[in-house]
Design a protein around this ligand. Structure first.
Ligand SMILES: *Cc1c(COP(=O)(O)O)cnc(C)c1O
Length: 230
């Protein structure tokens, strides 16, 4: 099942890239494996997946320990400051930075462990009360503050768009995140680039790609429905 799902997903990515006139290499598929057992992740690995996304520190660390070391792990869920120390030297990227205090903790642990940590700023682009992330208006000043910290490097923006049945409804939000990245990029802030746009999930990744996503985070579309909602 995983092989077919991956083939289908990659085909969709290819089609969306074609439609948007983008090269397929610009888009990286992150297999969101939260709640799924290592055996299923290994199936995806054997089909060529090397980018996995998890939203809980403990689960990420457990899977990191037992899976091949050429995997790039993405922390995509809300991150508590007291747990930063467990993952700074294990993840390729933290997608969910939304406060200066969290960034300061990441910086402190990065310096201590002598690693460089790549992060994205999570933007609550649709201003949903239930979601983490900074508002569009707060984003620039947060980025300027984080840019000064050692050991942490801002690579772009991430958003979790609203849950919708028609993906077209999210197009304006993806467009807005892209425009925000362009605006920030034009400011040429030291230690900041906007090369990564992490947006699009199972229900809407094709629209996200058309609007400029460079990472799409697909869970259900690869591993099937999750047993319990997270
Ligand atoms: C669970 C999750 C996903 C994947 O969601 P699907 O709808 O299953 O593709 C993507 N991003 C984040 C931040 C998630 O928590």
């Amino acid at each position: 099942m995983i092989r077919e799902n991956l083939e289908y997903t990659n085909k969709n990515i290819e089609n969306a890239c074609q439609k948007a006139g983008r090269a397929q290499q610009e888009v990286t598929l992150i297999a969101v494996s939260k709640t799924k057992p290592v055996s299923l992740l290994m199936e995806a690995y054997e089909q060529g997946c090397r980018e996995f996304g998890e939203n809980k520190v403990q689960e990420l660390v457990e899977k990191y320990e037992v899976m091949p070391k050429d995997i790039r792990w993405h922390m995509i869920g809300h991150l508590q400051r007291n747990k930063v120390k467990y993952i700074v030297d294990k993840v390729a990227m933290i997608h969910s930075v939304d406060s200066l205090k969290l960034a300061e903790e990441i910086s402190r642990e990065a310096v201590k462990k002598q690693v460089d940590v790549s992060v994205l700023i999570e933007v609550n682009i649709a201003c949903e009360e239930t979601k983490f992330g900074v508002t569009k208006e707060e984003t620039i000043s947060l980025i300027c503050d984080i840019a000064k910290l050692p050991g942490i490097h801002i690579k772009g923006l991430m958003t979790i768009a609203p849950y919708v049945t028609n993906p077209e409804e999210n197009r304006p939000y993806f467009e807005q995140l892209k425009q925000l990245a362009v605006d920030i990029s034009s400011k040429n802030i030291d230690n900041v680039n906007m090369n990564v746009l992490s947006m699009g999930m199972t229900g809407d990744y094709m629209v996200a790609i058309e609007e400029g996503a460079t990472y799409v985070r697909v869970g259900t579309g690869i591993f099937g429905e999750r047993e319990y909602p997270i």
